[in-house]
Design a protein around this ligand. Structure first.
Ligand code: ZN
Length: 258
């Protein structure tokens, strides 16, 4: 295919992103938008690995990456940003290296920490879209609350076993927030973790890929059903379900008390 040179893109960028630009909803205008955009991903695990790789590949200009862990051998069946040679390294370092190898045009800002109420605002502020790919409810609630307060669209994904869920919380009077669906964090004992019940790496990856799709659409201002629906994936049955989410009048985050 002959690709016409573009004034505002280098010849390398023009080649690299030609398949993006062919999409009617993207074009070179959309590609320029992605190049100028800032996206934060919380967690460089199974979900975050897939999301980050696709966001970098797509040409998002600046990626923020939060993770406070080191690479362990038991991570490698799903956390595809990291390699066997990375064992023991900080995950943010290993991830940043993989992303740079994939797309050196993408600038990566790393946060080697766990989010807490004292640092979450400082980390999240300045990003246009946040992807929650964390593995625990305290972090999910913290990120959801901060994003809603600062009116930053949030794409939240979770996976355990053969199952995954995905939703978009787009701050706005009409849209449900994360806590409209899950008002309070369930007790830790009620939520099986991947450490207890396992997880299929490809299921986590599928959720990360879908999360990247939603983030890229948000950056272009494209509508999505997932701002008012929850997408549930059952990898064992090979089934997707789309479930309606409603704004909860007594929501602790977006309700009238707030
Ligand atoms: Zn709410």
């Amino acid at each position: 295919m002959k690709i016409e040179p573009r004034e505002d893109f280098t010849p390398q960028e023009t080649q690299r992103y030609s398949r993006n630009a062919l999409l009617a909803q993207v074009g070179w205008e959309g590609q320029a938008r992605w190049r100028a955009s800032r996206v934060l991903v919380v967690g460089a695990g199974g979900i975050g690995s897939a999301a980050l790789l696709y966001l970098a590949a797509a040409g998002v200009g600046r990626l923020g990456l939060v993770d406070g862990d080191a690479v362990e051998l038991s991570n490698l069946q799903r956390q595809i940003l990291h390699r066997s040679a990375d064992l023991g390294r900080r995950k943010v370092e290993s991830a940043a290296e993989s992303l740079a190898a994939l797309n050196p045009l993408c600038r990566v800002q790393t946060f080697d920490l766990r989010l807490n109420p004292a640092n979450v605002r400082e980390v999240v502020q300045g990003f246009e879209v946040v992807l929650d790919a964390s593995d625990n409810f305290p972090t999910r609630f913290l990120v959801a609350e901060c994003c809603w307060q600062y009116k930053i669209p949030l794409v939240s994904a979770a996976a355990t076993g053969w199952h995954g869920q995905l939703l978009v919380a787009s701050p706005g009077a009409e849209n449900p927030c994360y806590r409209c669906l899950i008002p309070e964090a369930p007790p830790a004992a009620a939520v099986p973790s991947s450490t207890q019940v396992g997880i299929l790496g490809a299921v986590a990856g599928a959720m990360g890929c879908l999360q990247a799709v939603e983030a890229l659409k948000l950056l272009l201002g494209l509508e999505s059903d997932l701002t008012r629906r929850l997408l549930a994936y059952d990898g064992l049955q090979g089934r997707f379900q789309s479930l309606a989410r409603v704004k909860r009048p007594d929501c602790p985050l977006c309700g009238p008390r707030k």
